[in-house]
Design a protein around this ligand. Sequence first.
Ligand SMILES: *Cc1c(COP(=O)(O)O)cnc(C)c1O
Length: 403
Amino acid sequence: MMQGFDTDPFAHTREMFHLPQQVIYLDGNSLGPLPRNAPSAISRVARDEWGEMLITGWNKASWMAQPGEVGDRVGRLIGAQPGHVMMGDTLSIKVYQALAAALDLCPDRKVILSDTGNFPTDLYMAEGLLRSMGQGHELRLVAPEDVEGAITDEVAVLMLTEVDYRTARRHDMATLTAKAHANGALTIWDLAHSAGAIPVDLADCGADFAVGCTYKYLNGGPGAPAFIYVAPQHVGATSPALSGWLGHEAPFAFERSYRPGTGIERMRVGTPPVLAMAALEAALDIWDDVDMIQLDRARVRLSDMFIDGLEAACPALTLASPRKAYARGSHVSFQFEQAYAAMQACIAQGVIGDFRAPDNMRFGITPLYLNDGDVEDAVEIIARVVNQRLWDAPEYQIRAKVT
Ligand SMILES: *Cc1c(COP(=O)(O)O)cnc(C)c1O
């Protein structure tokens, strides 16, 4: 059933974002747009808290409690039990932290299983950790479709990104977690392209660890703090490799040696980013009223409409994402030989997506602030760029640092 503008259940959330004129933003999978309430929230914290309270803000404005409180608000969106999500640092750091903790719980096994589609930083961080551990661990990579068959009793940790950043291919978290557990392995799920994109139920799936960022679908702003989840049965036994003072049981006792803090508190490292957290809290004010099941329905409808429209209008593009909506995350990728130049031309025409090497044009479909009209207009513009070779201009070939 097509839904018109008037019945769009997300018409009110769209109003909560600043979206530049003449732009259709299909890159919320990389950096979410600005929530309208964020600038005033940031300046209020700067002026009234930092400005007036100075150092006393840590207590008076509860800056110190924020990473755990915000963690619970993110936790609701990913099916985490309250008190089991902590904010801080960047996702790369959280991957390192989760993997170190998981390996510490499986000292007799040496294999970390992941897939070749995983985001490079997750694999780089694993390589760096394994090198510094120096205990002969192996990072074993298989094709995404071969993961299930590669889960054996050699595996210590299954470390996967649920939704592939290139293709949007989605792993079956419940099935793979169950198979890992049946083989005595632990799981780490990277939710970078899941949190705020699709319904996630960490508790129900029995995930052991999860990590993710908040600047993509959650709209927390560039460089917004990352999150880490540790399942209730593990958190007390988790021994943090990044044993920073704020994860200490008593940071202000300034003891000579580290003692892990209670529960998820131990996954803190250092001083939290208070101003960045203010922006994220403003974004979460929007999310607090969002039903992820309803959002998912809108995602399926809009992304199917996008795929059908673009395939019909633009035969030169090849769908790189799974055709079935349940097998995808919330972005859609198409392969095209001149993908980079074509995306530059789309951006010049007001449709912002991004390019992922070698030949993917990637489009985030985010019902929180996109509607049917945007999708129809985007299809028309992208088809024009491709069909009329608008990409074939020298200025669109020049590669910028960030693609
Ligand atoms: C976006 C993304 C990252 C980014 O890591 P940062 O430390 O925040 O730069 C890491 N992993 C995955 C899977 C991602 O999609």
